[in-house]
Design a protein around this ligand. Structure first.
Ligand code: CMC
Length: 438
């Protein structure tokens, strides 16, 4: 996309005699301007240094906007609060993928396309059998998603928009089927095939929880809660897994391989694995004595040598509040009321932790607020989703964001393979000595 130049420029001056350099500034529609440093190395022989990308825009994008200070999240300009309360997940997928919310006809076409691609290739269940029954679902998902390229070789060409479109639909449609298969495999139950008359979230719940022995009873509150989890996790601009997908796809690899890379990255506890880690943390505090032991636990969190973090708290970008957390908190209360779980000791423990952390100077001064995953873990547990499956549900939801970001990158005429440089701090050139003299 053609970038809008600012009337201002940035001047970089050096104290080592290198001539100063004027760099263009570009303006986004909202958010910080960026300094275009692409000519820096050619003109000065120097790189910029920004491990962790604290001040670096790695691309331009028109999909998701986050204002971390305001606690604002927009998908294609629409506030997350409106999308979460007025749309369903597949409408949001349409928005993220194609840029606009669907009208009724577009919605029906999109829902029909997704619905008619939900079955996984029958051979995939035999591939799944190669895994140990106790394998972590995210290990299985990394394998299954990567393996889609072996099952659908007709939609692998990243440079063909038609093939990208069909792989996008296949991925969005099949992720719930694969997540449910990964779960059923671990508990030794038969796989439940998708059903075309159900909603996206409803279908996922049925594939996870039904058995062939009896009809599955739906709970609309729980299905809506799961749908909201999916909406809130659908995209989040250039986070670690999305950047991984972009980097992976920048080599021209196929969409399934790139999304599998995103799944692998998401697994980490600092990213998508936080919902699982948050629940495990609650279990651990519960095991140690529950609410009475919170003080000791918080002391450990504050101790720099303990390496203990309050999982589900803090965010690289949101420094006031995670707007997704507010919506998820609301859903959390709805689900617990629906299931009569407000007196559940684990939930009481979570609420006590939330209260302390919101008031404690350590967390307040570092702007560490509950993030979406603190509440999404509690909701998923209440729905009956096993803890080890939480991150797989997150991966399912984020798939649409990954695909949209990948499409955006490939369609940008300025796109190049991602190839960061480094500040080398290793040994100077040296010669290999004969083994006896080393
Ligand atoms: N518990 C205790 N202390 C924390 C925490 C936490 N969860 N998060 C940050 N800190 C402290 C950290 O020790 C540091 O303290 P000091 O200034 O005294 O050295 C300060 O806060 C800044 O932390 P940071 O690690 O430099 O911040 P970051 O922006 O690099 O990290 C984060 C962001 C999300 C990785 C981190 O807050 C964290 O590890 N949180 C727990 C994991 C989690 O819930 N992740 C899910 C994020 S939301 C889902 C998603 O989008 O993936």
């Amino acid at each position: 996309m053609a970038l809008t130049s600012s009337t201002h420029t940035a001047t970089l001056s050096f104290s080592d005699g290198t001539p100063s350099l004027e760099l263009p500034l570009y303006q986004g529609t909202i958010g910080p301007d960026v300094i275009d440093i692409r000519a820096l190395y050619a003109r000065t022989g120097k790189f910029t240094y920004d491990p962790g990308f604290l001040s670096t825009a790695s691309c331009n994008s028109s999909i998701t906007y986050i204002d971390g200070d305001k606690g604002e999240l927009l998908y294609r300009g629409y506030p997350i609060e409106q999308l979460a309360t007025q749309c369903d997940f597949l409408e949001v997928c349409h928005l993220i993928l194609y840029g606009e919310l669907p009208n009724e006809k577009q919605r029906n076409t999109f829902v029909s396309a997704v619905t008619h691609h939900t079955m996984a290739h029958e051979q995939m269940q035999f591939f799944l059998r190669g895994f140990r029954r106790d394998a972590h679902p995210m290990a299985v998902m990394t394998g299954l998603v990567g393996a889609l390229s072996a099952f659908y070789p007709d939609s692998m060409n990243l440079n063909d928009p038609a093939q990208r479109q069909i792989s996008a639909i296949r991925l969005i449609a099949k992720m719930p089927t694969l997540v449910a298969m990964a779960y059923k495999y671990t508990i030794g139950q038969p796989y439940m095939y998708p059903r075309n008359d159900l909603s996206y979230a409803g279908n996922l719940m049925r594939m996870m929880f039904a058995t062939p022995c009896e009809d599955y009873k739906f709970n609309a509150v729980l299905a809506r809660a799961l749908d909201r989890i999916l909406i809130l996790h659908a995209d989040h601009e250039q986070n670690a897994s999305t950047s991984t997908v972009r980097m992976c796809a920048s080599s021209g690899t196929n969409p399934f391989a790139a999304i599998a890379a995103g799944v692998a990255c998401l697994w980490g506890p600092a990213h998508g694995g936080a919902n699982e880690a948050a629940l495990n943390m609650l279990f651990e505090v519960q095991r140690q004595g529950g609410v009475a032991k919170i003080g000791e636990f918080i002391a450990q969190v504050k101790d720099k040598n303990s390496n203990v973090r309050l999982m589900g708290f803090g965010h690289r970008v949101y420094k006031n509040y995670d707007p997704r957390a507010r919506l998820m908190r609301e859903t959390c209360h709805e689900v617990l009321s629906e299931l009569g779980l407000h007196e559940d000791p684990l939930f009481k423990l979570a609420m006590a932790l939330e209260k302390i952390a919101l008031e404690d100077e350590y967390f307040v001064s570092r702007k560490l607020y509950p993030n979406v995953d603190f509440y999404s873990g509690i909701v998923q547990k209440a729905i009956g989703i096993p803890v080890t499956l939480f991150t797989a549900i997150f991966a399912l939801a984020r798939t649409v964001g990954w695909i949209a970001q990948l499409n955006e990158m490939i369609s940008d005429p300025e796109y190049k393979i991602g190839r960061p440089r480094q500040l080398f701090i290793g040994s100077q050139r040296r010669d290999v000595q004969p083994i006896g003299q080393r």
